[in-house]
Design a protein around this ligand. Structure first.
Ligand code: ATP
Length: 357
């Protein structure tokens, strides 16, 4: 049976990198014999032009019937404020579908400029709780100002989400050669919230005796990550720490253009690059498609596991190998990677490498 995958382009460079991702995924699926029913779904500025809303009525219900989708970056910073028809889809999706797990891998390449070599880290960031004001309450807003000059923020941590994200981390670690999980928190100070998180990580660790486990206090971790990132394999952490530390990790391997990701619940997943819509370079065809293409690859990996679809695993491997080759050859790299290829030239090169594999 065919998998159904949505294509949601987003804004700005989303219109440039998402088509490259789909191009490569289609090539890999065809080669692996994986049938996919692709469903372009209007979202963001283009959807507003057509339907008067950045998330047109019925979108949430439609997406729920898919196996997953690709979401391009949203240019929400330039949306009109205080207009309910201009909504950033990302936090809406995260909350509506309960995407608690954000998988973010960071890998250095020998021939690309990076602060360190031999980095291969997978971050598992919880994304529905914590200090993130847009996402941690069913209704209402987690930050408020009782009197001028004083702001109060609410941090939410539950046993359930801590356990779920820890389980996702240990399951992911089992599939990697080093089999190590580092839980990052600060339970020495945030005794209840981070305390719950750490307790749940520890309980899950006891169920995975084949995976090495350690805990690192977040400030120490931030320093160790800069000094010796090679010591980390899978890192599990809470929402805000993960937000900051994953941008730090992106900086270590060469920038946001190299930072893919998947947002997942237990039954649905969305491929989404870490970077934003980059309006400063949009429309020039120079955005790096790596992060979006590799997010698509990660969606295939997720589908391989959760839909028990070995052909999706094969398609993911084809993309990974093709990307490794294009980067090693260094003939079709975008400007941020030191080359002079256009977005579509790099996408074409990866698609060709998939075909040739
Ligand atoms: P947001 O808050 O929406 O996530 P941001 O503030 O993190 O956005 P980005 O849009 O990610 O900002 O852009 C940050 C910088 O990285 C910009 O200079 C942008 O041009 C650059 N950048 C982001 N993505 C890419 C990419 N795919 N290729 C090349 N440069 C990129």
């Amino acid at each position: 049976m065919a998998l159904t995958l949505g294509i949601l382009e987003g804004d700005d460079i989303g219109l440039e990198v998402v088509p490259e991702c789909v191009k490569v995924m289609k090539e890999a699926a065809a080669k692996a014999g994986l049938a996919i029913d692709w469903r372009p779904t209007p979202i963001a500025r283009k959807a507003h032009e057509q339907f008067g809303h950045t998330i047109p009525p019925g979108t949430l219900e439609t997406l729920e019937t898919f196996d997953g989708w690709i979401l391009g970056p949203i240019g929400h910073r330039e949306y009109p404020k205080n207009d309910p028809t201009w909504v950033n889809a990302h936090p809406v999706f995260r909350l509506h579908y309960g995407f608690y797990a954000n998988y973010k891998p960071f890998k250095s390449y020998p021939n690309l400029p990076s602060i360190h070599k031999d980095i291969d880290i997978l971050f598992l960031r919880e994304t529905t709780e914590g200090f993130k004001v847009d996402g941690n309450l069913f209704k209402g807003y987690g930050e408020f100002m009782p009197v001028p000059g004083m702001a109060i923020g609410v941090c939410v941590t539950t046993e359930l989400k801590s356990r779920l994200i820890a389980e996702a981390a240990f399951e992911a670690a089992r599939l990697r050669p080093r089999r190590k999980v580092s839980a990052v928190h600060k339970n020495t100070v945030y005794r209840y919230g981070d305390g719950l998180f750490a307790d749940e990580c520890r309980k899950v660790a006891a169920r995975f005796p084949d995976v090495e486990y350690e805990e690192v206090i977040v400030d120490t971790f931030a320093m160790k990550l800069v000094m010796k990132p090679q010591q980390y394999d899978v890192v599990v952490t809470t929402n805000l720490y993960g937000d900051i530390l994953t941008d730090e990790a992106a900086g270590l391997v060469g920038g946001l253009g190299l930072a893919p990701g998947v947002n997942a619940s237990d039954w649905l997943a969305m491929a989404q690059a870490t970077h934003g819509s980059a309006p400063d370079i949009a429309g020039r065809g120079i955005a790096n498609p790596y992060a979006m293409i590799m997010s698509g690859k990660m969606l295939f990996e997720w589908l391989a596991l959760k839909r028990a679809e070995p052909k999706a695993a094969e398609a993911a491997k084809l993309i990974e190998r093709a990307m490794d080759r294009v980067i090693a050859e260094a003939r079709h790299l975008t400007a941020d990677l030191g080359g002079n290829a256009k977005t579509a030239e790099m996408g074409d090169a990866v698609a060709r490498a998939v075909t040739a594999a």
